[in-house]
Ligand binder design. Structure first.
Ligand code: ADP
Length: 174
């Protein structure tokens, strides 16, 4: 059975990420989405919150025969350790633009050095999601913009529910 680990911050998961999950599931028997718990960036959602939202999004947006082959875990530390732990021989990453390439290439070499048996497989982003990034979504949500075309409903609902709490500058009135 082929298993691929798809690591990332997913803060929050976007349709671009989900598209990579769906396509990876056509290639691998199982896809383990691994949510980085402690990201260097200030996270919008805690690691286990992010994992819960991804589970909901996968179940709501992907066909059942795909969704049941996708598991969601969170991790800290080295990607290759997480891959070993979950029995994955492959690490999946998405490439949006040339700008992604340099750091992804470096990371793939680094991981190969640490764990030669684990290979990194890249999927080119679908054209319609090439502009999408979690940080862009956060920025738009922060200013009350509509992110429904960019993220699964599970994420949009969560962003709306927490918008007042997260972004208000003062105590609620009334
Ligand atoms: P990280 O903080 O590790 O870069 P991200 O959550 O930002 O984590 O991204 C995880 C992976 O998904 C990366 O390989 C990234 O290039 C890829 N990715 C991010 N956005 C998109 C998108 N719109 N289309 C395809 N792949 C994407």
């Amino acid at each position: 059975m082929s298993v691929a680990l798809y690591p990332g911050s997913f803060d929050p998961i976007t349709f671009g990420h989900l598209d990579i999950v769906r396509r990876a599931a056509r290639v691998f028997d199982r896809v383990v989405v691994a949510v980085l718990q402690n990201t260097a960036k200030t996270p919008l959602m805690a690691g286990d919150d992010r994992a819960d939202v991804i589970r909901l999004a996968v179940d709501q947006e992907l066909p059942p025969d795909v969704a049941r082959r996708v598991s969601i875990v969170w991790f800290d530390g080295l990607t290759v350790e997480a891959a070993r732990h979950h029995g994955a021989d492959f690490v999946v990453r998405g490439l949006r633009a040339v700008s992604d390439f340099e750091s992804e290439l470096q990371m793939a070499h680094f991981n190969r050095k640490l764990a030669p048996a684990i290979d990194t497989v890249f999927f080119m982003t679908a054209l319609e999601y090439a502009y999408l990034s979690s940080s862009l979504v956060k920025e738009i949500a922060r200013f009350g913009g509509d992110v429904r075309g960019m993220v699964p409903a599970a994420v949009a609902d969560r962003l709306e529910a927490t918008a007042d709490r997260d972004w208000s500058t003062g105590p609620a009135v009334g």
